[in-house]
Design a protein around this ligand. Structure first.
Ligand SMILES: [Zn+2]
Length: 274
């Protein structure tokens, strides 16, 4: 599933190619991925609109249009948003094709269809519950001094569950939650409220380190993730714990443990992480 580094990579890839360009036409649209508004209004809203900005908030790609509306894309589990030449064959599960003035096509593809596409003003999308309330950006200014909110301090949830909660921290998912906990030497299975301040501090720093490193490597590709041009990321080889249950810890050599937390596979080293 694309997390902050993968979405950020796509945004950085697409930004110079989309900014200032006009969306000429909607060449195809599967209404099943369009969560808002109705297809007719969507087509009318994007056709002829100039792209003013390409940004990210959490795992949401936000394309700002001259109408001040946002074209929002969430990649879900398996989504890709790529810039293609119009004559490149359209792959199966391509749900949206936006033709760009002057050539090129923006394509949203999503085999598992957990992704979604939205169009509207920020207020409209927030009021309709279509854009969830998100916690702070881990790569934003001031995050190094972040302390968990009261809701975390008073809950019974594990550290892993808290890190996955987008309303607590935006953009972190299964991969980087496990990686950050390993780097911070804190077990993801711990009750979050029981972490000492300096343990939180280590988790916060570790999260920014693993996210920055993954962006530098252009994201982690398992099966589906691709960057804005359709290429794989390179962060997979650098993962320390994620996907490595039963394999030796890179730090101490003991066998990494795998367990399920909040329905998600979680891997950690019982010797290195406390
Ligand atoms: Zn270890």
């Amino acid at each position: 599933m694309p997390e902050l580094p993968e979405v950020e990579t796509i945004v950085r890839d697409l930004r110079p190619h989309l900014s200032g360009r006009r969306l000429e036409a909607v060449r195809s649209l599967n209404p099943l991925v369009l969560r808002h508004p109705e297809p007719e209004r969507f087509v009318a809203g994007v056709t002829g609109a100039e792209v003013r900005s390409v940004g990210r908030r959490g795992k949401f790609i936000r394309i700002g249009l001259e109408s001040a509306e946002l074209l929002v894309v969430h990649l879900g589990m398996s989504g890709t948003l790529t810039l293609e030449e119009p004559d490149v064959q359209v792959r199966p599960h391509t749900h949206l094709r936006l033709e760009l003035a002057g050539g090129g096509e923006l394509r949203f593809r999503d085999p598992r269809r957990f992704g979604r596409v939205l169009l509207g003003s920020e207020e409209e999308l927030e009021a309709g519950g279509l854009l969830p309330r998100l916690g702070p950006e881990p790569l934003g200014a001031g995050f190094s001094s972040w302390v968990p909110p009261e809701t975390v301090q008073s809950s019974l949830r594990t550290l892993k569950a808290v890190l996955l909660d987008q309303s607590v921290v935006a953009g972190c998912g299964n991969i980087y939650a496990d990686e950050a906990c390993f780097l911070a030497r804190v077990r993801p299975t711990r009750r979050a409220a029981g972490l000492r301040p300096r343990e939180w501090q280590r988790v916060v720093i570790a999260l920014t380190v693993v996210l920055r490193e993954a962006i530098r490597r252009r994201g982690t590709s398992f099966s589906d993730y691709r960057d804005g041009f359709g290429a794989r990321g390179e962060a997979y080889e650098s993962l320390m714990v994620y996907g490595r249950a039963g394999l030796p810890c890179v730090r101490c050599g003991s066998r990494l443990r795998g367990t399920r937390i909040a329905g998600r596979m979680t891997v950690y080293c019982a010797r290195c992480q406390r």
